[in-house]
Design a protein around this ligand. Structure first.
Ligand SMILES: Cc1cc2nc3c(=O)[nH]c(=O)nc-3n(C[C@H](O)[C@H](O)[C@H](O)COP(=O)(O)OP(=O)(O)OC[C@H]3O[C@@H](n4cnc5c(N)ncnc54)[C@H](O)[C@@H]3O)c2cc1C
Length: 404
């Protein structure tokens, strides 16, 4: 692994070091390309590492990629791209095995994967690494990339893209001034914009401060097409109290393991395992009807009754969440917790084809910056999957494209 601080050129230049960027950098390197991985701040900084709940793949005896695809289409209200969805769900099992080869150890029970049912899913399909799944995946991918010949360019903020004779040219702001880098192909893996959007709206967000969306704008200014960019997703279960947990995304696996949403009267007012948009809307509506509760600092909320989770499930699949709440003085297994939807995910993004190429030749996009795979409403656990499946495809296709 080399650090590059001056002008350079690569076969494949990846922008962003979340799960999708790392997956594409590893795949491009393995396809024989000279790879550069440029990222805004440190290589560790991203949303992906914050992901807790898990990653979907059809491994259950009663499940299949086709049933997984049907769940995605239903949750998206038939707005997702059926071809991208078929790739996502069809390659999910092999993506999981690829991650395992790189060192990810998914939680197991009874001789198989410990599978949970997440919101909008008709089967138990969510694989987990405790409740630090994103951390485990990004660490394994980072370790793989850092043991390759690929270069890392931390503190490189993409500010422009242009066509070049060799393919593409990218401009960056760095601590040492601006830098131009040329590449045969570029993979945009710079994530979504929910941190910036929440700041503008004066709301809470689950996102990392680097989730600001300027790379999408740069691609649009360069001529790339987008879809569903206005469709932003609220995570139904943002932490609402105590103050240190505000904006925390309470893992959806709390509901998979038995927690339910309750109003001020202790009544269940919605299917706690419905699709995300439906559950978030039900909470907004319940509060609007005056059936919500107020946090000690006066914020709107409802109850998430986490006392219904068995201690065994909690210890295996929610240890990080338990530690965070207990450190803040609340035991979720002994009392319900306050929750309210929080801005979480950019559903739409750059239009891509099956090999993650945007509408501009030699410019690829994967992960949250890309649109189509989830339509206007993503299911939980399909984003880490999209990062792996389409990150891997983008890296391989970009390596191939850079040779032409
Ligand atoms: C708290 C939380 C919990 C989640 N839980 C789950 C879950 O359980 N399961 C699931 O499937 N999904 C989950 N998600 C969603 C999922 O983790 C993310 O959508 C996904 O990981 C995004 O990956 P990415 O590679 O596209 O982007 P990111 O991981 O956000 O990485 C983007 C990268 O681009 C860099 N970047 C940004 N702008 C620039 C620029 N101008 N120049 C250079 N680099 C730039 C950033 O620094 C970062 O390194 C969760 C998200 C959050 C925030």
């Amino acid at each position: 692994m080399r650090l590059v601080r001056t002008r350079a050129s690569f076969d494949v230049l990846v922008i962003g070091s979340g799960a999708s960027g790392l997956a594409s950098a590893v795949a491009a390197d393995r396809a024989g390309a000279r790879v550069g991985l440029a990222t805004k701040t440190t290589v560790q900084a991203c949303n992906s590492a914050k992901a807790q709940g898990g990653i979907q793949a059809a491994f259950g005896d009663d499940d299949s990629p086709e049933i997984h695809a049907q769940d995605v289409m239903r949750s998206s209200h038939d707005t997702a791209d059926t071809q991208l969805v078929a790739v996502l769900t069809g390659e999910a099992p092999s993506a999981i095995h690829w991650l395992e080869e790189l060192g990810v150890e998914f939680t197991r029970s009874n001789g198989g994967y410990r599978l949970a049912r997440c919101g909008g899913a008709s089967r138990q399909r969510l694989l987990q690494v405790g409740d630090r799944t994103g951390h485990a995946i990004t660490k394994a991918l980072r370790d793989a990339y850092e043991s390759s010949e690929g270069a890392e360019l931390p503190h490189h903020v993409l500010i422009g893209l242009d066509h070049a004779t060799s393919g593409w040219s990218a401009s960056f702001d760095t601590k040492d001034g601006s830098v131009e880098i040329e590449a045969g192909a570029i993979v945009l893996a710079a994530g979504g914009r929910c941190f910036a959007e929440a700041e503008q709206r004066g709301e809470l967000s689950t996102n990392h401060p680097n989730a600001t969306g300027e790379v999408t704008q740069i691609a649009v200014e360069t001529g790339a097409q987008t879809r569903d960019l206005d469709a932003l997703q609220y995570h139904p279960n943002g932490g609402a109290w105590p103050a240190t947990m505000q904006g925390y995304s309470i893992p959806e696996t709390t509901r998979a393991y038995g927690a339910v949403l309750l109003n001020v009267d202790g009544e269940e007012f919605t299917d706690s395992l419905g699709p995300r948009d439906a559950v978030s809307q039900a909470i907004f509506d319940e509060v609007e009807k005056g059936k919500g509760v107020l946090t000690p600092d006066g914020r709107p909320a409802v109850w998430l009754d986490t006392t219904r989770i068995t201690p065994e499930d909690a210890e295996i699949s929610l240890p990080y969440m338990l530690r965070r709440y207990r450190a803040a003085g609340i035991d979720p297994l002994a009392e319900p917790i306050y929750t309210y939807p929080v801005l979480h995910y950019q559903n739409g993004g750059l239009v891509i084809g099956e090999h993650a190429e945007t509408t501009l030749e030699g410019l690829f996009a994967c992960g949250e910056i890309a649109g189509g795979t989830h339509g206007r409403n993503r299911m939980m656990g399909n984003s880490l999957l999209e990062c792996t499946v389409f990150g891997r495809r983008a890296g391989r296709a970009a390596a191939e494209r850079s040779k032409t």
